[in-house]
Design a protein around this ligand. Structure first.
Ligand SMILES: [Zn+2]
Ligand SMILES: [Zn+2]
Length: 338
């Protein structure tokens, strides 16, 4: 089968590799769509602990095409979303129901082969049937599961005024679900006008375009919207330039929510006095845990609208172009169609 294969950072080829087969308890999926994510950009640079040779791709929709011995959960021909995280279940983090800290977790598309290939093998119990969802909706299950996990951690107080920086796929999904968990107002701030329009169509109350050349003016506009600060300021961009403005926009007693993944080496300067005096909360969210089926339920129930989010589609041979699309302001979500 054909697959994208990295042998070291920034070095990949699209080549023939051995087709995998389903063992006991496993199924083989024919990949229908695999989403390209900011994490894949970090993996390209060698960040996020990749194990080589690596086939990336962790946002996977596939069709069950081979069923291993003893599998009863799914059947051949079924369309499924794959939960790519397999925690060990035995370490202290797993025993405390915190699989996202599991040091020996198997993460398909990160430390074992993922979905930028024609086939993948996975435990049947990690496959969530989605025959009723269009593939371009289902491909957002994994990022939505991460958002759902973020909301579990955020514990938003009903009535909160929330600012979300970033109108990429996760920013757009977060902005929608924040309303359903009780935000009184959701403001989305981002540099690209058409992405903000998508946010608005999907229910954002306010949109503010960030002028990259003059961010100060945009910050002033946000200050006018919330003179005492927002209860919660979410960074869904993963850039320090944005994170460094979050504290000043947060209300006393409020929360700065670090949702985007920055470069590993990035550092943020925060005044500890301000955290102390203003009782600020600095909170992070990584990956997903026990949230995959709820994410699919939210997509199924229309609580997460996906129209306009997938903007770019590529074949495996064009993986280089798909990576380039991550940095293209015309792209919200790119997907691979192997
Ligand atoms: Zn992702
Ligand atoms: Zn573990």
């Amino acid at each position: 089968m054909k697959a994208v294969v990295y042998d070291q950072p920034r070095s990949f080829t699209v080549k023939e590799v051995a087709e995998p087969h389903a063992g006991p308890g496993e199924v083989r999926l024919r990949i229908v769509l695999a989403g390209v994510c900011g994490t894949d950009g970090h993996l390209h640079q060698g960040e996020f602990d990749p194990v080589y040779p690596l086939t990336p791709g962790h946002e996977i929709v596939g069709e069950v095409d081979e069923v291993g011995e003893g599998v009863t959960e799914v059947r051949a021909g079924q369309r499924v979303c794959l939960d790519n995280m397999q925690a060990c279940g035995m370490c202290t983090s797993c025993r405390r129901a915190r699989p996202q800290y599991c040091a020996s977790a198997v993460m398909q598309g990160v430390n074992v082969p993922g979905g930028f290939a024609q086939y993948i093998v996975a435990p049947a119990g990690k496959c969530h049937p989605v025959d009723d969802l269009a593939p371009e909706v289902a491909v957002l299950a994994e990022p939505t599961a991460c958002v759902m996990h973020g909301l579990d951690l955020l514990e938003l107080r009903p009535g909160s005024d929330v600012l979300v920086f970033g109108a990429g796929p996760t920013g757009l999904v977060l902005a929608q679900l924040l309303r359903y968990v009780g935000a009184s107002r959701v403001t989305v701030a981002a540099p690209t006008a058409f992405k903000l329009e998508v946010a608005k169509r999907h229910g954002a109350d306010e949109i503010v375009q960030i002028d990259r050349a003059d961010p100060g003016a945009s910050i002033q506009r946000l200050r006018e919207l919330a003179p005492e600060g927002f209860d919660v300021v979410v960074d869904a961009t993963g850039t320090v330039a944005v994170l460094s403005r979050c504290v000043e926009l947060t209300r006393d007693g409020g929360t700065v929510f670090v949702y985007g993944m920055t470069e590993e080496a990035a550092e943020l300067t925060v005044s500890p006095y301000e955290i102390f005096r203003r009782e600020l909360v600095l909170k992070g969210s990584f990956s997903q845990a026990y949230s995959f089926d709820r994410a699919i339920a939210a997509l199924r129930g229309g609580r997460v609208r996906t129209e306009g989010i997938v903007t770019h589609r590529f074949g495996l041979d064009d993986y280089g172009a798909a990576l380039a699309a991550l940095a293209d302001s015309a792209c919200i979500k790119a997907v691979m169609q192997p």
